[in-house]
Design a protein around this ligand. Structure first.
Ligand SMILES: Nc1nc2c(ncn2[C@@H]2O[C@H](COP(=O)(O)OP(=O)(O)O)[C@@H](O)[C@H]2O)c(=O)[nH]1
Ligand SMILES: [Mg+2]
Length: 628
């Protein structure tokens, strides 16, 4: 088994184990009344999210460098043949994602190129199955898989005007009046292949022109990939267009996720030369590439995708070794798996910590209440006389004071829900949807004009997120203040309210701005084609900004909803404690229970809660270890 496969498998097994362990723990907490339905549904949400966490590897390069062939060699040799079309010239006509979706039939979904004229993000289009054409595939038959995958090569003929309207005139091949354009804009291949089943997504792309034309790739597909493989061919070196791809799409990416492949080294194989001689040549070329691109030498992987595929299909170990494909595989595994593990671990750890804190707080206040009651009863014992009535009086005073807290809590909830409402309005993405049009994107001529329009839109989004954040801070301090007061006046303990972080939204906005900026060159005159692209980029990037705002708004609502939860829970707890104390005193007044019996009962309750607290801490540590 290759490293990626076995390591992905390990991660999956580890994830399932931890999930099982957490579930057991949660059930235990439910049995002793320390977790309720809310925790159950939160666990389900976290579980689903960790099941659908994907690892994405994207292949980016000029056409004909061997991206598709490399995908065949790395992932699909098990079909016993070449399945992803690979050949001279342009073969891959549209970005193609390979993945596995639970509960879906094996097949290819194809998004018609005409959807480029819609002002909708790819994400929205993905959520709209009616727009896609479905092509079933028989995964058990490699030949069928290969045949159906040919569809990503399909093109169609349209008039120049139609191509222009779609922003495709630049890359179209003219045949007189008719021009040939890709038939599909995007393809999603859904196969129950072992690696894909483990949560791997592979993204094959068609080359620079198409990449430059599709804002979605730079806006969302590439930034969300865990690793990007940039493929060069040994016979072409770093050509002008290779350099363009690197500069436009990859140079600004974080260094860690990028791997460079120097493909087609078999072209240097020569039976008339010695092995050392040849590998010296390959090595020197790899170093030159590393220097040109300014990446560490260890990030350049010379190999032969074609020979690797052949070697794997014909089970020729010597040839496989010579193809040097394994070195890349090991590096890929190192690149993407820790990221996936970390993602899952962080999410589960957060759930475990939150639940532990909650349950711990409940147990601690139970202990506190028991102590108080014990103290109360000891007073009776010490005084021998009839202090029960004065205790009952004190209790009823406490109950009254407690009514005051309810009023406070009610007022607090009103504040929080008012803020929730106002932040929904504040964060409405609606104004952004047509802002570009209102700002005159249709008439913009120069890169500067496009940039200015876009800056206004992103400034708008930034200011709204900033405002929402400061509202969240207000709500946070209001809750913290009430909690502090209750802690002081009523000896209640609370976990600190979680704060709302907007950092990630600003990061996403930064990312979108960076991706968009590339479409606004600082040339004095823009050709019609690049003007159309800049326009499309402004529109698409605005949609993405709107989506960030929508997400921020949704998450803010969720955060506000849970903000007063610890208080609510403490109130309920406190209320039932008071009731219990009242009942116990009453029992003594009625002489239905002796003081000694009641004290013993409390003692037992105390040891039980203390043991539960210790157990809780132990479990949190054990699961934490498993997650590390
Ligand atoms: N000699 C040689 N040719 C290769 C290798 N990898 C790909 N090719 C050829 O290069 C051409 C382009 O490959 P393809 O996978 O379609 O490139 P893509 O456009 O980057 O996806 C095809 O004719 C492949 O057979 C390789 O390792 N060695
Ligand atoms: Mg290809």
């Amino acid at each position: 088994m290759d490293p990626l496969d076995s390591q992905l498998n390990e991660v999956t097994q580890w994830r399932n184990q931890v999930l099982g362990r957490i579930k057991e723990w949660l059930d235990g907490l439910k049995d002793i009344g320390l977790a309720g339905e809310a925790a159950d549904s939160e666990f389900e949400r976290v579980r689903q999210a960790s099941l659908s966490d994907r690892v994405a590897i994207a292949f980016v390069a000029e056409f004909s460098r061997g991206k598709s062939e490399l995908i065949n060699a790395l992932f699909f040799s098990g079909y016993g043949r070449r399945v992803v079309p690979s050949g001279a010239g342009r073969t891959t006509m549209c970005p193609t994602e390979f993945l596995f979706e639970e509960g879906q039939r094996s097949g290819i979904r194809l998004l018609p190129i005409e959807t480029r004229s819609m002002q909708t993000t790819l994400l929205d289009l993905k959520a709209n199955p009616a727009l896609w054409e479905n092509q079933p595939v028989n995964n058990d038959d490699g030949e069928d898989v290969a045949r159906q995958l040919m569809r990503v090569k399909e093109t169609k003929f349209v008039t120049r005007a139609e191509a222009e309207a779609l922003g495709l005139l630049d890359q179209a091949v003219a045949h007189g009046d008719a021009v040939e354009i890709p038939r599909w804009r995007h393809a999603i291949v859904n196969l129950p292949h072992p690696l894909l089943r483990q949560g791997l997504t592979i993204i094959d792309t068609p080359g620079l022109n198409a990449l430059g034309n599709e804002p979605e790739l730079t806006l969302s597909v590439l930034p969300s990939a865990n690793a990007v493989l940039y493929v060069l061919a040994a016979d072409a070196g770093v050509s002008r267009s290779d350099a363009d791809v690197w500069r436009d799409l990859l140079a600004t990416m974080p260094r860690s996720g990028r791997l460079v492949v120097l493909n087609k080294i078999d072209g240097l194989w020569d039976d008339l030369r010695t092995e050392e001689d040849i590998s010296g040549d390959i090595y020197r070329q790899a170093i030159a590439v590393a220097q040109t691109l300014d990446v560490p030498e260890g990030r350049v992987f010379p190999l032969s995708a074609q020979k690797a595929l052949l070697a794997r299909i014909s089970r020729n170990r010597v040839l496989e070794e010579r193809s040097q494909v394994r070195e890349l595989e090991a590096a890929l595994a190192d690149e993407v798996l820790p990221a996936r593990r970390r993602l899952i671990a962080e999410r589960l750890q957060r759930f475990v910590n939150d639940l532990s804190n909650e349950a711990g707080t409940t147990l601690k206040s139970r202990l506190l209440a028991i102590d108080e009651q014990t103290e109360e009863l000891m007073t009776i014992e010490r005084n021998k006389g009839d202090v029960t009535s004065s205790l009952i009086k004190r209790l009823s005073e406490e109950k009254e004071a407690f009514q005051g807290i309810f009023k406070q809590l009610f007022a607090l909830r009103t504040i929080v829900s008012r803020q929730a409402k106002s932040s929904i309005e504040l964060m409405s993405p609606a104004p952004i949807r047509d802002m570009a049009i209102r700002l005159g994107v249709a008439n913009a001529r120069s890169g500067r004009e496009f940039r200015e329009i876009f800056e206004q839109i992103s400034e708008y989004v930034r200011s709204k997120v900033t405002q929402a954040h400061s509202q969240a801070k207000e709500a946070h301090s209001a809750v913290a203040a009430v909690q502090a007061r209750m802690a002081e006046e009523h000896k209640l303990s609370f976990p600190a309210p979680k704060s709302f972080s907007s950092e990630r939204y600003f990061n996403e906005i930064d990312e979108i701005e960076r991706a968009a900026a590339r479409a606004f060159p600082s040339l004095p005159i823009m050709l019609p084609g690049s003007r159309a692209n800049a326009q499309r980029m402004v529109l698409a990037a605005s949609q993405h900004l709107a989506a960030v705002m929508e997400k921020a708004s949704r998450e803010l609502q969720g955060w506000l909803n849970t903000l007063t939860m610890p208080l609510d829970r403490a109130m309920r707890d406190q209320q039932s404690q008071l009731k219990r104390r009242e009942e116990s005193l009453q029992r003594m007044v009625d002489a239905r229970q002796s003081l000694a019996d009641r004290l013993a009962e409390l003692q037992e309750g105390h040891s039980q809660a203390a043991a539960q607290l210790a157990e809780l801490e132990r479990n949190q540590a054990v699961i934490g270890n498993q997650l590390r």
